[in-house]
Ligand binder design. Structure first.
Ligand code: MG
Length: 477
């Protein structure tokens, strides 16, 4: 009898412990979903890589096995846009989720920051890194910043714990550039944090150095959430590849350089896998603007899209975008949704469960439901600024051009009245102007873009603040 009671008691206790165990498991899973264990974010940003420069976007001879594999295991976007068609405003849009025209980082007279620039990203702007700091993420950037190189504008003053890289473009040097103005440039600085650690570094070692720092950053932060931002210096010209990649690509030096960037992506993905972080890390790869088409075979390709870097035709701003997050993003999927680099701000805030305040992410939308395969479309319009002027506007499948400019050939912008109208779903190469036969559509789009312009208030411009002593010789003074 006593043994019977003991057996019953044991059974009860056993059941009790099983319930307790299940409760703890359920509770921790619930915490996971609610963001107690938010995912790591890795954002890899190529420079001047065009829509047609990757194997998985149709390039016939550039080999990008790691990015192709990433697309096979994740989602590839076909209608994803950089925030601008040149470096500085594009990076400003990416890191803030706001149109750079709203905070002085877009100018028609000075399109990017140069070594003689005095301005930078304003203190009031919130970067993705600052948003993620609210959730105690470790934040690192290894690569090209290009949002101001004076101390107050450097990454450590804008939400990043660690920085290693060159603060602006790799052609802004008298050594690597024979343009008249380049003779005034000081040697290219290589920074570690806020410190200058080298001048005119060997650029053939940069991709490997950024990769090494990135891998080390992941390993050191594997136990806490982290944000790793890798804005590569390449394939912006002048092109440099390491000894291992030099002369290896069928596409020549441009191919060598892209294939080394692809290798770097592979190293980062491999590290995430080895450290068991694959299922808790969202990895995104995209580019800051289209290919530089006027630099011969050292520039990339926009594939079937018209024009490239510096243009508001599709080739200037539509870029490759691949996202991978094991067991979250459907593998081998393609999204035809519109997306912008500005949306990454809102998307990352959403998946890290971070609240945005006021105007933060004002021009971005949260794409997380597209990434998770739950929705096909969220964004419906796109603004194409050149400098601080709205050149073109897309609503749904239609795009209207008020002005166009064939960049880097000394041409002036051309105004179009009536504006040009293209159906981008039928005609992604922007060959067939529909304005004459669709006058109502032109009026409809014009009304919408005018409404947008009414809401844009420009502030003090950062790009036009220049060091007058440094630029004096340019004007013969
Ligand atoms: Mg660029």
């Amino acid at each position: 009898m006593e043994q019977d009671t003991m057996r019953k008691l044991n059974n009860h206790l056993g059941t009790y412990f099983i319930y307790l165990f299940l409760l703890i498991i359920g509770f921790s899973c619930n915490l996971d979903q609610k963001g107690a264990n938010p995912p790591n974010i890795v954002l890899i940003f190529a420079d001047d890589l065009g829509y047609g420069d990757l194997g998985c976007y149709g390039h016939p001879t550039i080999k990008t096995p790691h990015l192709d594999q990433m697309a096979l295991e994740g989602m590839r976007f076909t209608q994803f846009y950089a925030g601008a068609s040149v470096c500085t405003p594009s990076r400003a849009a990416l890191l803030t989720g706001r149109l750079p025209v709203r905070f002085g980082l877009a100018s028609s007279s000075m399109r990017v920051f140069f070594p003689w620039s005095l301005g930078g990203i304003p203190r009031e702007e919130t970067t993705i890194a600052e948003v993620l700091k609210r959730q105690n993420y470790a934040t690192g950037i290894f690569g090209k910043w290009h949002l101001g190189h004076k101390d107050e504008f450097l990454p450590l003053q804008h939400g990043f714990d660690e920085y290693y890289g060159i603060p602006y473009s790799n052609d802004m040097s008298s050594v690597t550039n024979d343009w008249k103005g380049a003779s005034l440039f000081p040697p290219i600085p290589l920074l570690d944090g806020n410190e200058l650690i080298d001048s005119e570094p060997d650029q053939s070692k940069l991709t490997q150095a950024y990769t090494k720092r990135s891998v080390d950053f992941i390993k050191r932060n594997k136990k806490n959430p982290f944000f790793l931002y890798v804005p590569h210096t390449f394939p912006h010209i002048p092109l440099f590849a390491s000894e291992e990649f030099k002369g290896s690509s069928l596409r020549g030096l441009f191919g060598d350089v892209v294939e080394e960037v692809d290798w770097s992506v592979g190293q980062i993905l491999k590290t995430l896998k080895e450290e068991g972080l694959e299922e808790n890390t969202l990895v995104i790869f995209t580019s800051d603007n289209g290919p530089w088409l006027t630099v011969g075979d050292t520039g990339g390709s926009a594939g079937l899209l018209h024009q490239g870097k510096g243009s508001t035709f599709e080739g200037g701003m539509r870029v490759p975008m691949i996202a991978k997050w094991a067991n979250h993003i459907p593998s081998g999927s393609t999204s035809y949704a519109l997306g912008s680099t500005m949306d990454l701000f809102n998307t990352i805030a959403s998946i890290s469960n971070t609240q945005l305040d006021g105007i933060e992410g004002q021009d971005g939308v949260d794409l997380s439901q597209i990434l998770l395969g739950n929705k096909e479309k969220i964004r419906d319009e796109m603004f194409y600024y050149l400098g601080d002027e709205l050149f073109a506007y897309r609503k749904g499948k239609y795009k209207i051009h008020y002005k166009t400019l064939n960049p880097y050939i000394g041409e002036k912008a051309q105004s179009h009245n009536p504006p040009l109208l293209y159906n981008l779903e039928v005609d992604p190469s922007e060959k067939y102007n529909l304005a004459a036969e669709m006058t109502e559509k032109v009026i409809e789009l014009k009304k919408l873009s005018d409404k947008h312009l009414d809401g844009v208030v420009e502030t003090e411009n950062q790009l036009t603040k220049l060091d007058s002593v440094m630029i004096a010789p340019l004007f013969g003074r």
